[in-house]
Design a protein around this ligand. Structure first.
Ligand SMILES: Cc1cc2nc3c(=O)[nH]c(=O)nc-3n(C[C@H](O)[C@H](O)[C@H](O)COP(=O)(O)OP(=O)(O)OC[C@H]3O[C@@H](n4cnc5c(N)ncnc54)[C@H](O)[C@@H]3O)c2cc1C
Length: 326
């Protein structure tokens, strides 16, 4: 790892002023819990000349309004989210996603903002000797190489699968992200915030280099609606998702009235599945419907040599998640 300066700004404006207008290999970056950025630096994906610490800027905390809307500050830890009684009761998908992440030690240090902006885990991208397409090279080595963990949906020209569990659950619940930069504050629907490699191959979100995500907001779920996050991992201990689903449903009189379905571990961004939602809405809450939703979700899947198993996994994950909500 290269030496770097540690900047400890006293305000968000000072932090933003320390950030660069453009990204580069050596440009300063944000430091939150450090669980990803330090590994990125050790893997020589980036060698920022400075890290800008945002931990002491008052961006932490969880609030629920009287109406049931949720606000989570960007530097709130994943463990705080997993442990929050209000989130467990009203937004189970979000609490379950948080609980599924890494180990207790990592969860107590890792922040929500860092989880949403972590870099992909593709072994080619993470290898310091490989200049893959995400690092300015010309090809994605996973496409015809080792692609067991790669994307089956939305891949190309890069085929990594997005690593964030929190993003999947939050998008299923209709979350938005508040962003602050030199020209003020803006809010984006989290579902529109992630971009696929066909739009931007080196970055995964619309965040500019000199912007900070400050808060995530989630609207109160409709009365009577239910949600869950179901994750399949290769190992029983902590691991990233091979396939996961964030689901938010409203079922009335045994019929599905509303469905939000987002898949994780199978695409270069959290994968919203309108196809699965269409197969659910208006249908009875029963096994045939869940099977149809799984089939619809992977109808456009394009597996690579080593990851055809994910097509079957998505169907199983969706079935189990929907079954658990029944
Ligand atoms: C062993 C291990 C297992 C893991 N397992 C999982 C898992 O199962 N599921 C999962 O989802 N994740 C997993 N992770 C990833 C982990 O959750 C993230 O590394 C962590 O959440 C990053 O948060 P952080 O606060 O440490 O971020 P940092 O490492 O400090 O930052 C990460 C990135 O986000 C940027 N950033 C941080 N905060 C902001 C902000 N507010 N606005 C804009 N950009 C920001 C930083 O500049 C950096 O690029 C695992 C990590 C490890 C090491």
């Amino acid at each position: 790892m290269q030496p770097f300066d540690l900047k400890t700004p006293k305000s968000l404006d000072e932090a933003i002023a320390e950030l660069p207008a453009e990204r580069s290999y050596t440009a300063p970056q944000i430091l939150a819990g450090g669980q990803d950025i330090l590994t990125v630096m050790k893997d020589d994906i980036a060698a920022p000349e400075a890290l800008v610490e945002i931990g002491g800027l008052g961006l932490s905390g969880i609030e629920m309004s009287d109406g049931g809307d949720l606000r989570i500050g960007a530097t709130t830890t994943i463990q705080e989210i997993a442990d929050h009684a209000g989130i467990q009761a009203s937004f189970p998908a979000i609490a379950e996603a948080a609980k599924s992440i890494a180990s207790p030690q990592i969860r107590s240090q890792a922040t929500l903002g860092g989880n949403l902006h972590q870099k992909p885990r593709c072994p080619y991208y993470r290898h310091s000797a490989v200049n893959c397409i995400k690092k300015g090279g010309s090809v994605c080595l996973a496409e015809f190489g080792f692609n067991k963990y790669a994307a089956i949906l939305g891949g190309g020209p890069s085929y990594f699968s997005h690593p964030s569990d929190m993003a999947v659950a939050l998008i299923a619940m209709g979350a938005s992200v508040e962003i602050q930069g030199p020209s003020g504050t803006r809010t984006e629907k989290l579902g529109d915030y992630y971009v696929g490699p066909e739009v931007s191959v080196e970055t995964e979100t619309k965040l500019k280099a000199n912007e900070v995500a400050t808060r995530i907001t989630v609207p109160a779920p409709a009365k009577g609606s239910v949600s869950t996050y179901y994750k399949f991992k290769e190992r029983a201990s902590y691991d990233f998702a091979l396939s996961a689903a964030g689901i938010h449903l409203l079922v009335e009189g045994g019929t599905i009235k509303y469905a939000s379905v987002v898949l994780g571990g199978v695409a270069p961004k959290p994968w919203h599945s309108p196809e699965a939602e269409k197969a659910l809405v208006g249908q009875p809450m029963k096994a045939e419907t869940w099977t149809a939703a799984g089939e619809a979700a992977v109808a456009d899947a394009a597996p690579l040599d080593m990851n055809g198993y994910k097509v079957h996994l998505v169907k199983g994950v969706l079935f189990r998640a929907l079954e658990s909500l029944a």
